[in-house]
Design a protein around this ligand. Structure first.
Ligand code: NAD
Length: 490
């Protein structure tokens, strides 16, 4: 592995995300040699910690990762330093600046700086502005900004945030995290499509009937209720993760598999996504909120949630791309909390053969052939399956659907990095492939804003689905209207 050299400044170093994901991700990069002697992390947040106390926090956070040699976690933690800091006080940045410069010298990081914002998004703009004003950027190495979600609440606030960041960083220096893009099987969409003639040659409206994307969660809002009640599934899942997945499914083949070329195609795809009029949006979007049941309380009864809350915990939608490849092919997407199971999958439903020679010609309702379905299992299992029609063994002639299936082995799974490990590494390498560009985010917000505005005005009939189901009945009706069904159903 090639060593990455940098001083990482982490805003929100004592937060939940840092402790649950970020330190583990960095430790794994250290174990694999992507980080060696020449890196340091300067943690900041409001808490008062000494360097030693912070190093203990880091060791606690990574304690479940097996060491590859004794003393490894200890050695790793010695690269961590701490300064308490209030992001709104300009004078505090001067202290950080001095410390970063010292660490740069001490660890020989060649002026490379990575700033990681992992705190409440209302501070993102302020931090970026102060990084520039107080001179925290280096002149010799790279300066990069990694920024957590959410990126705005709507197009206007996202644009404002982006303008603020752009005062300090240019687009090539900004890495907007969408951790779904760090998932192995989301990245595999491109291998599957552009590495296989039998797939890519059928990947269009001549052969595909519809595409379904499901991001299903079993948990409710849990401790994030206060945040979630002001956000909802549309902002929390659709605008970012679902849009990114859909863009990868819909995009044209990039000229090369580089971040610049992939971006161009994703942006083009999102540009051709049909932005609905308000009445079209109302017809093509379904929202839901979970009720009590399955031994759990209703969303509205959760701590921190308005008892009359109109926040959606479920969204289903029909998306249309107005371009030559996809004209007429609906992309159905859905996501929700307190559903039957936790999983993410993509189902690509192919058209049936034009003529079914196996059907009984005297019986019009006899349809023996199923649609071919390519399923991409994103998580928790990773792999794909292709459903084909085959002859049922035995006398006579009937067909039945059979599966060709590939599931990643446990060894493969162990070897694939967690999203945050991969994304941290990409950012250190300066590779944008798995991050969202501003243009993509802007198109996604414009698409989502239409329905959000409508939903903010109209009072929903909530709650409308039971925990353990796959959402409200209207989600099934959205497809039934078109004579279709969700491939995954209970
Ligand atoms: P958190 O509330 O647990 O942590 C926030 C951190 O910011 C703390 O270290 C706190 O001390 C610090 N902080 C707050 N106000 C400050 C101030 N004025 N000055 C200096 N420091 C201050 O938040 P989190 O859950 O770790 O989330 C961080 C970011 O990651 C958010 O943007 C969130 O949306 C995103 N995110 C979190 C998760 C998750 O699983 N926790 C998942 C995806 C994205």
């Amino acid at each position: 592995a090639t060593e990455n050299k940098a001083v990482i400044t982490l805003f929100g170093a004592t937060g939940d995300l840092a402790k649950r994901k970020l330190y583990t991700a960095l430790f794994k990069l250290y174990q694999k040699g992507y980080l060696q002697d020449h890196f340091a992390l300067l943690g900041t947040s409001r808490h008062e910690y000494s360097d030693e106390e912070f190093q203990e926090v880091v060791r606690q956070s990574i304690k479940d990762v097996e060491e590859t040699r004794t003393g490894e976690a200890q050695d790793f933690s010695k690269h961590f330093f701490y300064k308490s800091h209030d992001v709104t006080k300009p004078e505090h940045y001067t202290i950080l600046k001095k410390r970063i410069e010292e660490l740069d010298k001490q660890f020989g990081t060649e002026g490379n700086r990575l700033f990681y914002m992992s705190m409440a998004p209302q501070f993102f703009g302020t931090i970026a502005m102060n990084l520039k004003k107080q001179g925290l950027l280096s002149d010799d190495g790279f300066n990069r900004l990694v920024i957590e979600k959410p990126f705005g609440r709507d197009f206007d606030s996202a644009k404002k945030l982006n303008d603020e960041l752009s005062e300090t960083f240019n687009e090539n220096q900004i890495f907007r995290i969408d951790h779904y893009l760090g998932k192995e099987m989301v990245q595999n969409i491109q291998a599957l499509r552009f590495g296989n003639t039998i797939i890519e040659s059928l990947w269009n409206n001549r052969y595909i009937d519809n595409i379904q994307v499901t991001l299903s969660e079993k948990l409710g809002v849990e401790e994030r209720a206060g945040y979630y009640d002001h956000s909802g599934a549309l902002r929390d899942m659709v605008q970012n993760h679902i849009m990114q997945i859909v863009a990868q499914l819909a995009m044209e083949q990039p000229v090369s598999f580089t971040d610049t070329d992939v971006r161009v195609e994703k942006i083009k795809a999102l540009r051709s996504l049909r932005v609905y009029t308000p009445s079209e949006a109302a017809a093509n979007f379904v929202r839901g909120q979970y009720d009590a049941g399955d031994g759990t309380e209703a969303y509205r009864s959760a701590d921190g949630v308005d008892p009359e809350s109109g926040t959606e915990t479920f969204v289903a939608a029909k998306l249309m791309f107005d371009n030559y490849r996809w004209s007429g092919v609906p992309f159905y997407v859905r996501t929700g909390k307190k559903l039957a199971d936790k999983f993410t999958r993509i189902d690509v439903v192919f058209k049936k053969p034009l003529i079914d020679i196996f059907a009984d010609p005297r019986n019009e309702s006899d349809q023996s052939l199923n649609s071919n379905v390519l399923t991409i299992f994103v998580e928790p299992k990773s792999g794909f399956a292709m459903q084909l029609n085959a002859k049922r063994a035995g006398q006579g002639f009937t067909t039945q659907p059979v599966d060709l299936k590939y599931l990643q082995s446990d060894t493969d799974k162990k070897e694939s990095p967690e999203p945050y490990e991969r994304l941290f590494h990409d950012a250190l390498e300066g590779n944008h492939t798995n991050f969202a560009s501003w243009a993509e985010i802007a198109y996604a917000w414009k698409f989502v804003d239409v329905i959000r505005k409508l939903w903010d005005i109209e009072k929903p009939q909530f709650p409308n689905y039971t925990p353990g189901s796959m959402g409200p009945a209207a989600s099934d009706e959205l497809l039934a209207r078109d004579g279709r069904k969700w491939v995954y159903r209970l």
